[in-house]
Design a protein around this ligand. Structure first.
Ligand code: NAP
Ligand code: MN
Length: 263
């Protein structure tokens, strides 16, 4: 097997100076820095969870790479296990032959005819003051007609992000599934939605159909990127075959990180 030693730093803030000691340490340990993400088999984001999401998105959800996130100082994130001070631990972990890899579920999102992957969530929101109207179908069967600000379809790791702010459940990433949450649904005698989040299993397909005749101008969010097109008719969501692989540290389970972040 090819040695996993080619590191690409995804560094949105271009903190080259701060990274220099890390790069030196890595090189002393037989790692090579590469200029192009395509040449790497380890991709490391520098920043917070937002930077990690960007690193995964901009490098195309690579299946042959391990992703890791490092934060500055002792900040931490749901995706970022390392900081500038414990980088040596990261190198040690990477060199360990019994390296454990954690696999995070991803969703596939088809907007009209174009497909995307999301690691956190797909969000669809009205961009005007008026509400947005969305038919929600599960496996092609009409489930509900949503009217309100928008909907969020989150992955298990995305469940601690936007989804959580709408009272969605925190979902263990060992479960291959995705969760649908409402953003301010209208509920009255004319419009009725489930009112709670619901979780779909990996074999399900979710369709969000927009009313073509109404002047809805939705904003589509793919993790932390906005996707703006007009005339969105249909969005289909399924659980992806792809996963995002990261390094698993001892004594640092998903629930440790949830505790560290929220409790
Ligand atoms: P941002 O607006 O700067 O970040 C929102 C916050 O969410 C940041 O503290 C970010 O951490 C954190 N975050 C991101 N992914 C998370 C996750 N999976 N679990 C727990 N916290 C998470 O934007 P951003 O940093 O680019 O992050 C994009 C994400 O923000 C979106 O994917 C969405 O989940 C979330 N978001 C939340 C709301 C809301 O709660 N009302 C609204 C819009 C977007 P860092 O500071 O470490 O980056
Ligand atoms: Mn951020």
């Amino acid at each position: 097997m090819q040695k996993r030693n080619k590191i690409y730093f995804y560094n949105p803030h271009k903190d080259v100076e701060k990274l220099q000691p890390l790069i030196e340490l890595a090189e002393q340990n037989d790692y090579r820095m590469v200029e192009q993400a395509a040449d790497a088999n380890i991709i490391i984001s520098v920043g917070g969870d937002g930077a990690f999401l960007q690193a995964v998105r901009k490098t195309g959800f690579r299946q042959d790479c391990l992703y890791a996130g490092i934060t500055e100082k002792d900040l931490s994130g749901l995706y970022c296990d390392f900081n500038m001070d414990n980088f040596d631990e990261m190198l040690e972990t990477l060199q360990n032959e019994e390296l454990e890899v954690r696999r995070f579920p991803v969703i596939d999102v088809l907007v009209n005819e174009t497909s995307f992957h999301c690691l956190n969530e797909l969000s669809i929101r009205s961009s005007i003051i008026k509400t947005i109207n969305i038919d929600v179908l599960i496996d092609d069967l009409h489930f509900e007609t949503f009217r309100g600000d928008g909907l969020i379809v989150s992955t298990p790791t995305g469940s601690t992000g936007y989804s959580k702010s709408t009272m969605g459940a925190v979902v263990d990433p060992l479960l291959g599934c995705y969760q649908v949450s409402e953003i301010a649904s209208l509920n009255n005698n004319k419009y009725r939605t489930l009112g709670s989040s619901f979780i779909l299993g990996k074999e399900r397909m979710l369709t969000l159909a927009l009313d073509e005749h109404e002047k809805d101008y939705p904003v589509i969010g793919l993790d932390n990127e906005a996707y703006s097109i007009q005339n969105i008719k249909k969005i289909k969501v399924t659980l992806s075959d792809k996963v995002v692989k990261t390094v698993k540290l001892k004594n640092n389970s998903y629930w440790n990180r949830v505790k560290r972040t929220f409790l």
